[in-house]
Write a protein that binds this ligand. Structure first.
Ligand code: FMN
Length: 259
């Protein structure tokens, strides 16, 4: 395996960080690699907020569904989908007036623009993750930054045409994990489709989800609680408080983007 593939295959989420600091040089190497990520139309439709203020890290550790390791991470980056920068520039350049003069429709950023900007931001984030991994620095995504729209808008001073699509914690790992601890994945045959999408039948689903069975423990009383992996995942994740809050919060963000 070549060194790049080794980095990709050995990466795993790291949630416990050693005291070893991330050096200025390491930080700059991570950021320089990040800024080379592919970007739609070369527009760099993202911004990164580096959280250096410990009080702010502490707040985010709480607001992102109570995950204390966020406060312990030496490097915390919030990746924003960002159309604000371009839209401010369009405004500065007088596009509304000029559109009127030319009899052309004028529009503000919408959901499609947001999704494109999210692509940019996430590709940048994963580039940062792999750059860090290549330097021996672990990382962990925090999806819960999508929650608590009002709080995060205020804490991070987010203008309307931004959207915090993810937060990533970085730090040297406290311990080296063995490959045996790697998280499992669905088999390729369930993820990779040829030419068109194909839905799966019951037997295929049984086989597809089998690798997750070790996470499932049937309740002592079969009349109570989830009876299989699907029910367990649904009740533990899909309708959990954090998911309901995320759905609410994202709807709130979308109000800025749907005109
Ligand atoms: C979009 C996204 C959001 C995530 N959010 C969290 C999170 O809030 N907290 C956490 O501990 N891990 C989070 N993770 C890490 C996943 O749990 C992890 O990637 C997954 O279990 C697979 O393990 P691995 O990264 O070690 O291969 C997130 C990962 C992604 C891609």
């Amino acid at each position: 395996m070549n060194p790049t593939l080794e980095v990709i295959h050995n990466r795993r989420s790291v949630r416990a960080y050693s005291d070893q600091p991330i050096t200025t040089e390491e930080r700059e190497q991570i950021l320089a690699a990040t800024f080379r990520a592919p970007t739609a139309g070369n527009m760099m439709l993202y911004s990164i907020i580096e959280v250096t203020d410990q009080a702010l890290k502490d707040r985010l550790a709480v607001s992102c569904d109570h995950q204390p390791f966020i406060a312990m991470a030496p490097l915390v980056l919030v990746f924003l989908a960002d159309y604000q920068r371009w839209f401010d520039y369009y405004t500065y350049c007088g596009v509304e007036q000029r559109s009127r003069e030319l009899g052309l429709p004028y529009r503000t950023p919408q959901e499609g623009d947001l999704l494109l900007a999210c692509c940019d931001a996430l590709i940048a984030a994963q580039t940062a993750v792999l750059a860090a991994e290549s330097l021996g620095i672990g990382s962990c995504y925090i999806g819960d930054i999508l929650e608590q729209c009002e709080t995060h808008r205020e804490l991070l001073n987010l203008p309307p045409y931004t959207f915090p699509i993810t937060l990533v914690c970085f730090g040297h790992p406290q311990s080296v994990e063995t490959p045996a601890n790697r998280s499992t994945r669905f088999g390729q045959e369930y993820i990779l489709h040829q030419n068109t999408y194909r839905r799966f039948n019951g037997d295929e689903m049984e086989a597809m989800f089998k690798h997750l069975s070790r996470h499932f423990k049937a309740p002592d009383d079969p009349a109570k609680g989830p009876q299989n992996i699907g029910q367990s995942s649904y009740f533990r994740k899909f309708v959990a408080d954090f998911s309901i809050e995320m759905a609410r919060s994202v709807k709130e963000y979308l109000k800025s983007w749907n005109g």
